[in-house]
Write a protein that binds this ligand. Sequence first.
Ligand code: ADP
Ligand code: MG
Ligand code: MG
Length: 890
Amino acid sequence: MTKWVYGFGGGAAEGRALDIEILGGKGANLAEMCTLGLPVPPGLTIVAQACGEFLKAGRCLNDALKAEVMAGIARIEALTERRFGSNDRPLLLSIRSGARASMPGMMDTVLNLGLNDETVMGLAQDAGDERFAWDSYRRFIQMYGDVVMGLGHDLFEEILEDEKARFGREQEPEMTAAEWRSVVARYKDVIEEETGAPFPQAPDIQLWGAIGAVFSSWLNPRAATYRMLHTISEAWGTAVNVQAMVFGNLGNSSATGVAFTRNPSTGENRLFGEFLVNAQGEDVVAGIRTPQNITEAQRIASGSEKPSLEKLMPEAFAELSAICHRLEAHYRDMQDIEFTIERGRLWMLQTRTGKRTAKAALKIAVDMAQERLISRDDAVARIDPASLDQVLHTTIDPQARRTVIGSGLPASPGAATGEIVFSSEDAVRAQKEGRDVILVRVETSPEDIHGMSAAVGILTTRGGMTSHAAVVARGMGLPCVTGAGNLRVDLRNGLLIGGGLSLKAGEIITIDGSSGQAIKGAVPMLKPELSGDFAQIMEWADAARRMRVRTNADTPADARTARAFGAEGIGLCRTEHMFFEGERINVMREMILASDEAGRRAALGKLLPMQRSDFVELFSIMHGLPVTIRLLDPPLHEFLPKAEDEIAEVAAAMGLSPRELSERIDALHEFNPMLGHRGCRLAISYPEICEMQARAIFEAAVEAARQTGAAVVPEIMVPLVGLKAELDYVKACIDAVAREIIGAAGLSIDYLVGTMIELPRAALRAHVIAESADFFSFGTNDLTQTTFGISRDDAAQFLETYLRKGIIEKDPFVQIDYDGVGELIQIAAERGRRTKNALKLGICGEHGGDPTSIRFCEERGLDYVSCSPFRVPIARLAAAQAAITVPKVA
Ligand code: ADP
Ligand code: MG
Ligand code: MG
């Protein structure tokens, strides 16, 4: 048999905090506070399960439920020594919603229920305060008329304003009993006019009307939107709390307020909140009067002249402080509470875990661990890794005013202000002149790398979260907004058009890569704070972590940033990025366009010292930490010019005619370059490329070891292997170069040769491939593409539809596909390790920085994750959380 109603009050309760799914958050915590012996007005909770039934029938058809509610009210009557509907000491009730997940302000509440033309007299007599009784009655009619009868708030507000003006009153507390009485009369008239029936006087009718309305508010559009945004299921329903009223509007020794047990924006360990004297709950939120501060410290800080609760009602304040301590000790977390003081007596009306900024979350977790309220692991587990973006990047001051001209996807976090430039060349030029620029493009391509790195932020009008601009910007730690479809780039006239404005090149804009906004002009910013609480949490996280965290770094700048963020090596160095810079692209093109091996070798000879010096620098920065270098991976035509004028320029430099060059480019054209001549296939076709890269790596290792005294262990990674024979061929080439250089240097240099696992065939044949590999690194970007048979560059268009239509829950390029790609990884890990116990396993796709995917890696026993530099702290934290919560395998 279902238990429909749970009672609470008088130091005991039938429910507890853990019953949140049955009683909703509010009901469960009211029960818990009762059990703790805190002063809570007695009440009852109708279980959330009743919600659906109510909504279907439109009223209560369930006799068992009705009987339980009436029995519960009888208990409230006994505890309060009042009677519901009686003229002698009438019991008034509040009817409050409360779902499993907190949905502040989304659903409805009715206060002061049980008042009518008779009980209002009884209330006045009992309290000895007529003004209070009529104030409560008008509040009740107004809320009931709005929430239950659906007449809207404004109808009543208009009358109230009118009456206030008529009586010459500025503030509501100035109104007399007679004046409130007049308001009540007009409220009742307007209800009768609007509905054709008088305001319901029978308390039972009022009660069931209000209960039904609170259940119905579960379906109101506000609540529905909130549920969608926070993935709350409609099936959960809301519970309903029926509770004895306590009165904050009973004269000047009464008050009502809300508080946080610690400051929710800074985390400071001090009570923080607001209250109003002689008022009821809704007044604080409604902003009718300016609320007062709870503590003196807060009052002084805010410059308010109105007395604090600490000064005004010292006894109630002391009790409130003590209760807050008690609640924190019990819940072991910062609480967000509601309270009311009735003639000096404190009542608790709600408690829940308080929302907080990322900065406050860090401070509170560290403080609580130091106060021994929670363990260090708890502190680590409490921080949302994604929220670190807020502390790692410059952000827009939340107080700042913004003139938003357009918006797109929050592709790479952080905010930046700069002049508009429309081309990479302009970006580079401006940077040389010391100016900050935002690179504004329809979309970006690999040729924009230099322009992107010269800019302080990127804004594109097309493209998704995994577009080129988004991926590269995240890698560089640059703020980026992509796909801002409501902005238009007019290249012909050099204008950025949006939000009714046309901005020229050189005008200042700000982009917010955390919200996706593009904003006119400069706005005040907040700088990141990397020491203090952040550093402390990171230290504790590192102590709890099992997996290593490396970084994907292609440049010395990336490597330095990543080291500063705590990277323990490089998990992926994409060597091709080294060939785009300055002079190098031309030598690279020379190599690609050479007609024979000799020509290629000549060009490679020029690339060798450049590549070697890059590696020396990377090895020195990493000072003995492992560095994984991937051999050239992209199809060669990516390095060739596309635009006509560029083709002419390159042709001239190479002593070819533009036609000859175009023909050569055409010859390299592929229909599906992603599945084409790339990865280890290049090294097999042109072993001299692999040779040059291996030479650069080993020569650099020798030199760095001599310079720094810390021996580097290069890990050379062969991309896109599907066959063991492919790996063997390339490995033979690497080993030959290694023997030669190490022999000549007379130094001992250890090195590993491994492969990326990014093709399903490689995963399935992992036991065979492992015979030749020292490590596997899961290239989950390509592995996702090849497993799903979709291209990341083209998938944005339909993945969005898939998400919207619920075909998939998450973008598989953002969060690893546990079931499919995940199973391939598991197969590869198991089979690989069966062949070679010590096989090192890592992941180097974009997933390496995604907390859910990192958890997957912990579950599968990988040795490390590798991610872009700015995600290293996020990965360290996520890896620690995974180690704390994932059950250890023996
Ligand atoms: P919400 O979920 O929107 O905060 P609540 O159910 O908490 O809604 O109630 C709204 C307001 O009414 C709050 O300010 C609360 O303090 C006040 N309130 C609720 N129940 C009572 C009660 N029994 N006595 C006095 N005030 C109450
Ligand atoms: Mg509330
Ligand atoms: Mg790949």
